[in-house]
Design a protein around this ligand. Structure first.
Ligand SMILES: NC(=O)c1ccc[n+]([C@@H]2O[C@H](COP(=O)([O-])OP(=O)(O)OC[C@H]3O[C@@H](n4cnc5c(N)ncnc54)[C@H](O)[C@@H]3O)[C@@H](O)[C@H]2O)c1
Length: 423
């Protein structure tokens, strides 16, 4: 099948590469010319395990990037993968979805045969039907018999994106149009996963509800963890016992600094906004966000108990990415922690295996180190903020510190004298 993908970020680039690997011919459209050039040279603009190797084996053969929307005319299926960032009121900003839909519509004017447009971006329920569909149809001058619409949410996790795309727990295909749904389903041929066919709006809600539930599990564990800390017990021991209940399962029960990234915070906020618009009071979801906003400050409180005045003290920060195995710092808890340290006059020496460059754009004023050892040298304390596995191997490196105050926000360290945020 010939597939065009609009938006070449974490979701778009991974999807494009994986669809090429499934045997399709893929055109990736992005408005960022630098990104397009990098992709065409086989260099992914993001860090994601296995992506570089997979991209180089397809680019120039069955995968090509361009900024020209006109080239989607030669495809059978277009997947929209542009961003849906949050607006200041917490609702989803759909302006990129709208402009991409208009450009897709204009390009499809020239198309003679049937075409399918599928939304992969996370969008509030109703968006595909009430915004994407009318915008594409208006700009294409066609009716719904010539273009089919599908909502096909993406569930990949950054850091494991290629693996997740190729081995999903399910593939959700939402549409009232059978031909359009069949087209999307056949794009996934070769992937062994249950197919869940729903209506358009239900598919959009499945994605929001999934993210909201996962975020709830994390905030729940953090709240239990905060109580465990006061009781002097280990929340990880507790959650091991809890998670063995098959009705609960052991995943996403890791207490720590809370969730960040480009999805959970914005999607839970957008769902809260949507519920309020529908006159539903989202009590639980508001609490999920509240716990998550308080959690990063817990590690700062522990630090201030151990090192009373951090002004002019060197505080090493290990981990900047919102999670391990990615360079993504969007909504990273590290940003909040570092800002709290800087506002108290601390001298922050930060290190992340992949995210120094992306964090420097947001926080240029701190010191960035080439290694954990460099950050730890002469440090008065260290905070571990991302669960990179290499931090678990740190041992003698802590001897480089001026004072051995080690605080772990992610339960990744193996040294005996680390204090945990919830354990
Ligand atoms: N990142 C994730 O882990 C993840 C997982 C599942 C779903 N999602 C959802 O997928 C969507 C995309 O997320 P992302 O993290 O890949 O975003 P991203 O910001 O990494 O990528 C978006 C890309 O779209 C491009 N773009 C912007 N305007 C454009 C336009 N008009 N035409 C073509 N390209 C345009 C940008 O240059 C960028 O490369 C969001 O709705 C997100 O919520 C993300």
């Amino acid at each position: 099948m010939r597939i065009s993908i609009v938006g070449g970020g974490y979701v778009g680039l991974v999807s494009a590469t994986c669809f090429a690997d499934l045997g399709h011919s893929v055109i990736l459209i992005d408005i960022d010319e630098d990104k397009v050039d990098a992709i065409n040279c086989g260099k992914p603009p993001i860090y994601e395990k296995c992506l570089m190797e997979l991209l180089s084996s397809h680019v120039g053969r069955d995968l090509r990037a361009t900024s020209d929307y006109g080239s989607l005319v030669s495809s059978d299926l277009t997947l929209i993968c542009v961003g849906t960032p949050p607006l200041p009121d917490g609702s989803a900003d759909l302006s990129i979805i709208e402009s991409a839909s208009a450009l897709i519509g204009c390009a499809l004017k020239e198309k003679e045969t049937y075409h399918v447009v599928a939304v992969k971006s996370t969008v509030p329920p109703g968006t595909t039907q009430n915004l994407v569909m009318p915008t594409v149809l208006k700009h294409s001058g066609k009716n719904a018999s010539k273009i089919g619409f599908v909502m096909n949410p993406e569930f990949l996790r950054e850091g494991l994106a290629v693996q997740d795309f190729m081995n999903p727990d399910r593939i959700v295909i939402g549409s009232s149009n059978e031909l359009a749904s069949d087209t999307v389903e056949s794009a996934y041929r070769g992937i062994d996963a249950p197919i869940v066919r729903t209506g358009l709006i239900a598919a959009e809600m499945i994605k929001y509800a999934s993210n909201a539930f996962l975020a709830t599990k994390i905030s729940f564990s953090n709240e239990i963890g905060n109580v465990c800390k006061k009781l002097g017990i280990d929340v990880y021991e507790v959650m091991k016992g809890v998670g063995l209940d098959h009705r609960i399962n052991p995943y996403f029960l890791n207490a720590g600094l809370g969730f960040g990234g480009s999805c959970f915070p914005k999607d839970v906020s957008a769902l809260i906004h949507l519920a309020e618009r529908m006159n539903v009071n989202p009590v639980l979801l508001r609490s999920v966000i509240e716990v998550n906003e308080q959690q990063p400050m817990k590690i700062v409180e522990i630090l201030l108990k151990r090192v009373e005045d951090i002004k002019d003290k060197r505080i090493a920060v290990l981990g900047l990415a919102f999670k391990n195995d990615t360079d993504d710092v969007r909504e990273s808890r590290s940003v909040l922690v570092i800002m709290a340290l800087v506002s108290r006059g601390a001298l922050v020496a930060a290190y992340d295996p992949k995210a120094n460059v992306s964090m420097r754009v947001i926080l240029p004023e701190i010191e960035y180190c080439e290694s954990a050892s460099q950050a730890l040298t002469d440090a008065d304390a260290v905070l571990v903020l991302t669960e990179w596995s290499e931090f678990g191997d740190l041992d003698k490196e802590f001897d480089l510190m001026r004072s051995r105050v080690i605080i772990d926000g992610r339960r990744v360290l193996s040294c005996k004298d680390a204090e945990g945020i919830c354990w």
